[in-house]
Design a protein around this ligand. Structure first.
Ligand SMILES: C[S@@+](CC[C@H](N)C(=O)[O-])C[C@H]1O[C@@H](n2cnc3c(N)ncnc32)[C@H](O)[C@@H]1O
Length: 269
């Protein structure tokens, strides 16, 4: 079995550096969040629906804005992330806002060692699965923590986007997961391109077939798979904002899939 720890440790150190930059960025707009604004987008809010009274596991929760936004809507939330700094800051935010939420620092693949119980909803969004090499292991974790009849939901950047170079000028990476890491030296972060962070990162692209098949092979069946020609975030180079407020890649407006979402139910097998 392949040992991914070297890659994960490098990524963990990178996310520890990114977290304080993100906390202070316009992108994450912490003052608005602290004042009560949700950090969630219309896509996941409308598609996941009412979460009041539901237990929710949020995978790769970063510093917890979305986790705490779900808590504000009445969900009983647990957020997990590999980054020590992200989890530390999530706990600080939770306490400042006097909200109920549990945060666990864990590599996703080792979550069974660090968390117990089962949840009504497992949620993950925007920039998560690209840090994981093997979606079968990911789906095993979802299956383990999701109650029978429970809902899995993902909103994620489309794998087609990850095929391009940073400036969206040419295709340089494969659509399919080749099971060898895509190694890039990132400078700055999507939330602050001038941040003094320069470090190698390891990622993997996952085609839609790989995502869906990992889920269905564990009895987690999609109700829908939606593809959106826009992004709620201005997080790639060369993006332009449409009159609808959403973001697209300049020159490819409404030509590229930007985001997809899947809502699925865990069935009896
Ligand atoms: C783009 S962020 C999460 C996105 C979230 N939508 C947000 O903006 O707050 C990706 C997160 O994945 C976490 N992560 C990366 N690799 C991980 C792993 N192997 N296990 C758990 N978390 C991981 C990072 O620490 C980071 O917080």
């Amino acid at each position: 079995m392949e040992d991914y720890n070297l890659y994960f440790e490098a990524n963990r150190s990178l996310w520890n550096k990114k977290t304080p930059v993100h906390l202070n960025s316009d992108f994450y707009n912490l003052p608005a969040f602290m004042a009560g604004e949700t950090s969630l987008n219309q896509i996941e809010l409308s598609e996941l629906g009412n979460v009041k009274g539901k237990s929710m596991l949020h995978l790769q929760c970063h510093f917890g804005q979305d986790t705490l936004s779900w808590a504000r809507l009445g969900a009983d939330v647990t957020g997990i992330d590999i980054s020590d700094e992200a989890i530390r800051q999530a706990e600080i935010l939770r306490d400042k806002l006097n909200l109920e939420a549990t945060f666990v620092r864990s590599d996703l693949y080792n979550l069974k060692e660090n968390l117990q119980g089962q949840f009504d909803i497992v949620f993950t969004s925007y920039g998560t699965i690209g840090w994981l090499p093997d979606l079968n292991k990911w789906a095993d974790i979802i299956d383990h923590f999701l109650k029978l009849g429970g809902t899995f939901y993902i909103a994620e950047f489309h794998p087609v986007l990850w095929m391009f170079d940073d400036n969206f000028e040419k295709i340089v990476y494969p659509y399919h997961n080749t099971h060898t890491p895509i190694v890039t030296e990132s400078e700055g972060t999507y939330a602050d391109r001038n941040a003094p962070i320069k470090q190698v990162e390891y990622g993997w692209n996952h085609g839609l077939g790989e995502v869906v098949t990992a889920l269905t092979s564990r009895g987690i069946y999609p109700e829908f798979l939606h593809e959106f020609p826009y992004s709620p975030y201005n997080c790639f180079a060369n993006m332009v904002q449409g009159e609808d407020g959403f973001w697209r890649i300049k020159g490819y407006e409404d030509k590229l899939p930007m985001v997809y979402s899947i809502k699925a139910t865990k069935m009896d097998r």
